[in-house]
Design a protein around this ligand. Structure first.
Ligand SMILES: *[C@@H]1O[C@H](CO)[C@@H](O)[C@H](O)[C@H]1NC(C)=O
Length: 133
């Protein structure tokens, strides 16, 4: 009887350790857009899309969709953003730039981005990105 009890306690302890471990590693949760780290991940994504887009025209963020975060080794952010063309080229001063109201000219794109924050360097890295017009 007491032998079984002694075995049960460590098993329970193990079960709870695994269960709480799963809760930490768990699925993605909604990110808080007011958190600085989330803002940084968003800014990183926007800059990355501007640099990546094969056009001299500057795009601006027009809509922020879902932002999810997931604890991995570091943090993974999954962002959805919409960006549209402004009347500026990439070289121009960004404060003067406005998004075209005509959607034909603004040609908005919607991008899904997986951005990883490195746990030690705290640098952001684009792991996966897909944009559609
Ligand atoms: C873009 O449009 C805004 C508003 O009309 C204007 O103030 C700005 O000078 C324009 N920028 C360029 C680079 O043409």
């Amino acid at each position: 009887m007491s032998a079984i009890w002694k075995l049960t306690v460590p098993l329970l302890a193990l079960f709870f350790a695994v269960a709480s471990g799963l809760a930490i590693i768990g699925g993605p949760t909604n990110a808080d857009p007011s958190e600085q780290e989330v803002k940084d991940a968003l800014q990183y994504t926007v800059d990355h899309i501007i640099g990546w887009a094969n056009t001299p025209f500057l795009r601006k963020l027009t809509r922020v969709g879902d932002i999810k975060q997931q604890v991995v080794v570091g943090m993974m952010y999954v962002l959805t953003v919409e960006m549209a063309r402004t009347n500026c080229t990439k070289e121009e001063e960004e404060t003067q730039c406005v998004v075209y109201t005509d959607p034909m000219i603004a040609s908005p794109i919607r991008c899904n981005a997986d951005v990883w924050k490195h746990p030690i360097t705290e640098k952001y890295e684009m792991m996966k990105m897909a944009c559609v017009a």
